[in-house]
Design a protein. Structure first.
Length: 129
């Protein structure tokens, strides 16, 4: 390139990502990703709840996040299908939430505390007598 010529626009497009700026993802979006991931686990389920003044509806997992995006701490409340091995299901939910937050938002998860709020009889597993 000679002195006084304008820079090639393609060269500018090749700038490193950190030189172009940064992407900030709202905590609400991160929370929704965690809740959706937990709801997608085959061992979790939605529960019917009655809300005063609203009626009956379904409710899935709920999450609260704290800490920086590269060391998130998550408190998760889920309902699980029963009978199923609770420990294995909770570990599966943790793994799915951790993987989805990393893959979709680039966030590292430091810890996930899971509270099982309900055990809902599943239709696919026969009951033992």
């Amino acid at each position: 390139m000679t002195a006084g010529t304008a820079a090639d626009p393609r060269e500018e497009q090749r700038a490193e990502a950190d030189e172009r700026g940064r992407l900030e993802i709202s905590r609400t979006v991160l929370r929704k990703i965690a809740e959706h991931a937990a709801d997608q686990d085959p061992g979790s389920t939605r529960v019917r709840r009655r809300v005063v003044g609203v009626g009956v509806g379904e409710h899935g997992a709920s999450a609260r996040l704290s800490g920086p995006d590269q060391a998130l701490r998550i408190r998760l409340d889920v309902a699980l299908r029963y009978p199923a091995p609770v420990r294995r299901t909770v570990e599966s939910v943790r793994e799915r939430v951790r993987d989805d937050l990393l893959r979709l938002a680039g966030c590292e998860v430091r810890s996930i505390d899971v509270t099982v709020s309900a055990l809902v009889p599943g239709h696919e597993a026969p009951r033992m007598r």
